[in-house]
Ligand binder design. Structure first.
Ligand SMILES: [Zn+2]
Length: 482
């Protein structure tokens, strides 16, 4: 009863979709194969009984509606057809719900189904329903295999060093296959690698690219740090790629933008930052994250010095973020001026301050001053935490809030001890001398720690258009009145 017979009235349904999980099959081939199957039993189908939907059309409206399908169902309900013929069940049904509504349709109208890739089924019978449900599953698996095939081809190409250009070209290149430089972009890629290799931050690269108004390759000009991060990690810039095992191999035809040595230096700088190792400062600049805009209150960003095309080197600047990023975009001040003011302020503080004696209470057995005891305890705790970080027992991220709180208390205690005129005022302490020595060592990580313990904030005020006395626009505030 479910075999095709001459004289049956047949609706042919074809659907093309770009949905790879359901398999891709050209409409022409579907239609030819279905018509051939029907011709073998002497059935000819007039053109108006062939229904074609195109899921590829961008409109999701069309995708949902499937106008040809709707029209076909309407005519089935009108009793025009005995059979719906298609290439596979998956051409008619897109999901299990479609299948169930077809089963209902079959029960209501008695229409049957014929498929090129499977025996004709009668959805009126329990057996037919079971078969078509199973076929639906098999169809999906078959097309999964197609996807698997594509995946394997890609893998083979990758292992052979053939670059899959993909949809987006890499920044700095004119083509997806990275065979030609982009004349306006290539120098910025080189600068990025140099900047990162010199312990610059991805965020600074992004800030500069935005500043220069460079467009991203995917139409975005946001240049987020993770975007910069991905670019730095991309071996294509030294003419290499990763095979499926993640090993670096030569990429065929790719023109390298930077030398392998520079690329690797940038990776090492990134690795060191990711590990948070103390050897490499997290921030390149002493004052990164510490300067506030006097106009809008946002944190100023560093812009490294750079040499322009005409050979003129522009000095490094502290700049407010653009409005899009929450700043006012209207304040910038030369780095050497700002840093000079802050550095000399800190040095003066370290030299002048009349500090207390830092010898540990353990030496004097019972210290009568509870504040002094507490200070010694905090100092010891800070040292413990520092050692724990060095051993790797504690991550810097976890420890920093604790350390910051301890340092704040330490500063308060010191100032109170100083104010109380305790015995401590007599000599400069070993601690302070250590601090001065550490400060003058020029190691940014240590300098930043000292800076944090002394200075509460640094605000850069607008200069009112004057270039005179810019140093006076830098306002340094200490944790306690010193
Ligand atoms: Zn601002």
């Amino acid at each position: 009863m479910n075999a095709l017979k001459p004289g049956m009235r047949v609706a042919v349904y074809c659907r093309i979709s770009r949905d790879f999980t359901r398999g891709f099959l050209g409409v022409n081939r579907q239609r030819r194969d279905v018509l051939e199957m029907l011709a073998q039993v002497g059935i000819k189908v007039p053109l108006r009984n062939i229904f074609i939907d195109d899921d590829i059309s961008a409109s999701s409206y069309t995708r949902k509606k499937r106008p040809a399908y709707t029209e076909m169902i309407r005519r089935v309900r009108d009793g025009e057809f005995d059979i719906i013929a298609a290439y596979t069940t998956s051409r008619i049904t897109r999901n299990p719900r479609d299948l169930e509504s077809l089963i209902e349709l079959s029960e209501e109208t008695g229409v049957q189904f014929a498929f090129v890739k499977s025996p004709p089924v009668d959805l009126n019978s329990a057996q037919g329903k079971a078969i078509v449900r199973i076929l639906n599953v098999i169809d999906t698996q078959t097309s999964d295999t197609t996807a698997e095939l594509v995946r394997r081809q890609k893998k083979a190409a990758r292992d052979a060093g053939i670059l899959d250009g993909g949809r987006n070209r890499a920044f700095g290149y004119a083509t997806n296959r990275c065979t030609e430089f982009h004349p306006d972009e290539v120098e910025h890629v080189r600068w990025m690698f140099k900047h990162i290799a010199n312990n610059g931050l991805p965020g600074e690269v992004g800030a500069r690219f935005r500043e220069l108004g460079l467009g991203g390759v995917m139409g975005s000009s946001a240049w987020r740090p993770n975007h910069i991060h991905k670019m730095i990690r991309n071996p294509i810039y030294m003419g290499m790629m990763r095979n499926s095992d993640g090993e670096l191999i030569q990429a065929g035809g790719v023109k390298p933008i930077v030398k392998a040595g520079l690329w690797r230096s940038a990776q090492m700088a990134m690795d060191a930052r990711a590990l948070g190792t103390s050897q490499v400062p997290r921030k390149k600049y002493l004052l990164s994250g510490k300067l506030t805009c006097g106009r809008c209150g946002s944190i100023l960003l560093a812009q490294a010095p750079f040499t322009q095309g005409n050979g003129y080197t522009k000095a490094g600047q502290w700049k407010c973020r653009t409005r899009n990023e929450g700043g006012c975009g209207q304040l910038s001040r030369r780095m050497d001026i700002v840093d000079g003011v802050v550095v000399s302020t800190v040095e003066k503080f370290l030299r002048d301050v009349h500090d207390f004696d830092q010898e540990t209470p353990a030496d004097t057995d019972a210290d009568p001053d509870p504040k002094r005891a507490e200070l010694a305890k905090i100092t010891a705790e800070l040292e413990d935490i520092r050692q724990a970080i060095e051993r790797g027992d504690v991550g810097p991220k976890d420890a920093l809030p604790v350390m910051a709180a301890a340092r704040r208390r330490e500063t308060v205690l010191r100032s109170e001890l100083r104010a109380s005129g305790s015995q401590a005022t007599r000599t400069r302490t070993k601690l302070r001398n250590d601090a001065l020595a550490a400060w003058q060592s020029g190691r940014i990580a240590e300098q930043r720690t000292i800076l944090e313990s002394i200075i509460r904030s640094v605000t850069i005020h607008p200069n009112g258009g004057s270039r005179k006395n810019l140093a006076a626009t830098v306002k340094v505030e200490f944790h306690t009145a010193a």
